[in-house]
Design a protein around this ligand. Structure first.
Ligand SMILES: C[S@@+](CC[C@H](N)C(=O)[O-])C[C@H]1O[C@@H](n2cnc3c(N)ncnc32)[C@H](O)[C@@H]1O
Length: 289
């Protein structure tokens, strides 16, 4: 089935299963009724939400609006993923309510965190931290600047039966990384998944410096032999540039690293070789000395 740009996020609501569509291109907006009819017919969802907050909508001359197109919603909805239950705000949350494109990377990182302490920086609703806990991590600390995201993360931890091993810290991530270093905190797995620091070519140099800074500040928090997962959703920074920035940062953070895995967006986010923007998501997993 042809689909609007952006991916549906599936969840179960009091109204039945729901999907979120992001019609970021003018062609998708023009054919939205037909697309939604097909989506309902093919998948059986009863609620469809149009999330019209994509950056490219403005470029296409489309208005920003998020509305329930069919069905209904009665608050944040529980979404099972990687053994945890996430609480997603499909109407007011970031992206489609969840960073669904990261779920394979959540799963990979969760295996690295088994039996250890996990620090999930830029956690949103607990993407990496809750998956790690559900797969055997002993504790997870989620850091984010958004109160709403952390409230949902805590609700997700409770819904997953993981609340006693989950903690949140509402803070600017750079300040939190500095504070944790002051506290001599150490974690077997540290994940940093910031917002796009290089959302366009003009922001590339500053963005790469920010990725390097994240790596430099996070590396010292990794326990000996532990893992550091660094993510970028900036399409303007390609894989080689992002990897070089992270490698420099880890070195400046005083650590030596092996790159053990490179992850991308899930397979339901196909990349168009001709469209660099479609290869935006990168996740680098390092083992530190
Ligand atoms: C790409 S999302 C993280 C997605 C999440 N890791 C997941 O897998 O579900 C980036 C997050 O960073 C948060 N954020 C942005 N700037 C921040 C800052 N300076 N300090 C702390 N959090 C920040 C946003 O609120 C958002 O939740």
């Amino acid at each position: 089935m042809p689909r609007p740009t952006g991916c549906p996020a599936w969840s179960s609501t009091g109204f039945g299963a729901a999907a979120v569509v992001q019609p970021n291109a003018a062609w998708a907006e023009a054919h939205l009724d037909a697309l939604v009819t097909a989506l309902v017919a093919v998948t059986g969802v009863t609620t469809v939400i149009k999330n019209g907050t994509g950056r490219s909508r403005g470029l296409e001359g489309l208005a920003e609006e998020t509305v329930v197109l069919t069905g209904g919603l009665d608050g944040p909805v529980p979404v099972p993923m990687n053994g945890a239950t996430y609480m997603a705000d499909l109407l007011g949350g970031q992206k489609t309510g969840l960073f669904f494109d990261q779920r394979d990377n959540h799963a990979f990182a969760a295996r690295l965190g088994r039996g250890g302490r996990v620090l999930d920086v830029f956690s949103h609703v607990g993407g990496f931290g809750l998956a790690a806990l559900a797969n055997g991590a002993t504790s997870a600390l989620a850091v984010d600047g958004s109160t709403a995201a952390l409230d949902l993360a805590e609700a997700g931890a409770r819904a997953s039966g993981l609340g006693d091993r989950f903690a949140v810290r509402e803070a600017d991530a750079f300040e939190a990384l500095a504070a944790l270093a002051e506290e001599s905190a150490r974690f077997e797995l540290v994940v940093c998944d910031p917002p796009a620091f290089a959302p366009h070519k003009g922001a590339l140099d500053a963005g790469l410096r920010a990725y390097e800074r994240v790596a430099r500040m996070a590396a010292p928090l990794v326990a000996p032999g532990g893992y550091l997962v660094l993510c970028s959703c900036s399409h303007a920074a390609d894989l080689a540039q992002f990897r070089a920035a992270c490698t420099r940062g880890v070195g400046k953070g005083g650590r030596r690293a092996q790159l053990i895995h490179t992850g991308f967006a899930g397979p339901d986010h196909p990349m168009l070789p001709q469209l660099a923007e479609s290869g935006y998501l990168k996740a680098l997993a390092f083992r530190l000395d």
